[in-house]
Design a protein around this ligand. Structure first.
Ligand code: ATP
Length: 328
């Protein structure tokens, strides 16, 4: 029989994402609702190793639903990759009376959670929190929608200056292995071209497309480039290449960088975080463990930690076709 859960721990790990605070709030409030103690660990696995934690009550999470970042801080912990580090974490959890954990983060966080749970028999539930949306088993990750809106807003602003000066802007957005942000923000902001890691469109095609744009009367252009674009050149090299081959263009580069992680979470992300985290607490209380909660076709689902979360979460290539048609 599964042991009774009297205290649930929560932490945020990996890259921070807007909506993580809404997630923490939902864990703390669901615990209060079900009369379970809640403990928040700072800096992800590192806080578990160092015993850095606080008690969270329904009131201690007041007014955080609208805040970006994470009040529990986030970190990547090299120590947690070692057995010694994980032993320390397990000892600290025991001392704090923590029976189970909610882990908010990306696929790395879930891999760590699985190793930890297997070694020390501590039930864990994962909640997908990352702006990249690169996790299978869920249609959306917490933070992705806000990041998209941030990127679209930034591109709109760059478009103003691009069209005032007849410039071509290369805009680099986050997404080392996945083009979700580039593809969706590119379509949403009306970019002329979108370069993503999943699809090698080739440099020739890029030049052709830009020439076509110019011929069709466009005086400015936006190319959205994912960090991990498959052409294999970074955004500055791409800009140099286009300058060499299309000297008529006045080319500029903008790297949006960490601004994409910040800001007030969208309503979508707050609601997603709230739904997933209430379910995470309920699953633990029902004796479930080692699964990630996700949302598929607007229903909450859960996926075993045995799954490779990087696998089979494919981008919607239809959007590339749409982008081609609409950038005519
Ligand atoms: P993001 O998508 O934002 O990068 P992530 O959760 O994938 O988030 P990672 O840095 O890959 O971020 O993982 C978070 C932490 O999980 C790592 O810093 C490490 O402490 C732990 N971790 C990852 N993989 C393992 C593993 N195989 N064994 C033990 N711990 C791991």
């Amino acid at each position: 029989m599964a042991k009774e859960i009297r205290t649930i721990g929560v932490m945020t790990s990996g890259g921070d994402a807007p909506g993580m605070n809404a997630a923490i709030r939902a864990v703390a409030r669901a615990c209060a609702y079900y009369n379970v103690k809640c403990i928040g660990f700072y800096r992800g696995y590192q806080g578990m190793i160092e015993g850095d934690y606080c008690t969270m009550t329904a009131r201690s999470v007041r007014n955080i639903i609208s805040k970006g970042g994470t009040i529990l801080k986030s970190a990547r912990s090299a120590d947690f990759r070692t057995v010694e580090g994980r032993k320390k974490a397990a000892a600290n959890l025991k001392e704090a009376g923590v029976d189970a954990m909610v882990l908010i983060g990306g696929d790395g966080t879930f891999r760590g959670g699985k190793v930890f749970s297997d070694e020390f028999d501590i039930p864990v539930i994962g909640v997908p929190g990352t702006i990249d949306n690169d996790i299978s088993g869920t249609n959306f990750t917490i933070g992705y929608d806000t990041a998209l809106n941030t990127v679209v807003d930034a591109i709109d602003k760059i478009r103003d200056t691009a069209s005032s000066h007849n410039r071509l802007f290369f805009i680099e957005v986050m997404g080392r292995d996945a083009g979700f942000i580039a593809l969706n923000s590119g379509v949403g902001a009306g970019a002329e071209e979108i370069l993503i890691p999943e699809e090698d469109l080739g440099l020739d095609r890029l030049l052709e497309s830009l020439k076509r744009s110019k011929r069709s009367g466009k005086s400015s252009s936006i190319v959205v480039v994912s960090e991990g674009d498959k052409i294999g050149k970074n955004v500055y090299e791409l800009a140099d290449y286009v300058t060499e081959n299309l000297p008529d263009y006045d080319v500029r580069v903008t790297v949006l960088g960490h601004m994409q992680r910040g800001g007030t979470p969208s309503c979508f992300d707050r609601t997603l975080a709230s739904r997933l985290c209430v379910k995470a607490v309920e699953l633990l209380l029902d004796g479930e463990k080692n699964v990630m909660v996700g949302i598929v076709n607007n229903r909450i689902t859960f996926t075993s930690f045995d799954k490779d979360f990087k696998e089979a979460h494919e981008i919607n290539k239809e959007l590339l076709r749409i982008s081609d048609i609409l950038s005519t």
